[in-house]
Ligand binder design. Sequence first.
Ligand code: ADP
Length: 307
Amino acid sequence: MASYTGGLLRKNKNKLREQNLELEQSRADLKLAAETLEKKNIQLQTAVEKTTESDRLKSEFLANMSHEFRTPLNHIIGFTEIISDKKLGDLNAKQVEYLSNVLQSGQHLLSLVNDILDLSKVESGTLKLELSKLNLRRLLENSLTMIKQKAIKHGITLSIESDGAPETIRADERKLKQIMYNLLSNAVKFTPDGGSITLSTKVISDFEFRHPESMGEEKPSEIKISVADTGIGIRKEDLELIFKPFEQVESSASRKYQGTGLGLSLTRKLIELHGGRIWAESEGEGKGSVFNFIIPAELSWSLHLSL
Ligand code: ADP
């Protein structure tokens, strides 16, 4: 019995030793794996740093290059305008036609270069917000004025609907104008003659801000601005795609329109710079589109506004 127990003990001891060895080996393997992982982590970190740096350099390069392009381009456009305006003498019909082509191409190239410059500035982080208190209604009315002539020419009705819009908000005025101009010029471009464009504003989670005691005070909140048109519409699968740079939806309806395909990606960047977001809605081709964006803004109402 004793020898049986002794045998069992020895056997267990051996087993324990074997298991110990295995454990030792696993520990060594684990250590090795941890070291490899650590090395990989460092490599990954270096790769990320390199990518970020090359991304920054790319944006910086694009920004410099675009800047260098603008001066000669402005010369081409300016001098062509002087000649087309017949300030240097009369022109025949063919000369007028060709100069108008030069002018159109020059302007197209300039808007492309301007958009690339702005986009790369946002990407490299050099485009900063310049916040100020601005009169929202005035800004929206002025934005509509920018597309008014084209709208009248095409019999397109323009209107503003504001649902308790604040008197002033805090935002970057120049960038907000650029956002509005991009959205409205797209709306007027993609809306057939006789259609309509509606600009609307809405305050999000406005309950406490509409309380009489908060009137006249500045409070952080969000404002939603929408541009709705009765135009060519957007397919469901393209609603997100159109915000990508150089993305112009390939449909027979939209191909006849000129553009750079950069407007919406820049618009999205400018809105994100404000800490906001933008999205498009459409029931499909031929059913019109709505572009909505929300930005945080310090809203303030004047006391004379009715509740
Ligand atoms: P661009 O207008 O210069 O082509 P954008 O980035 O502003 O570039 O727009 C990208 C694409 O999104 C357009 O080419 C068009 O296909 C689509 N799009 C933009 N706005 C509208 C709109 N209001 N209605 C229908 N399609 C639109």
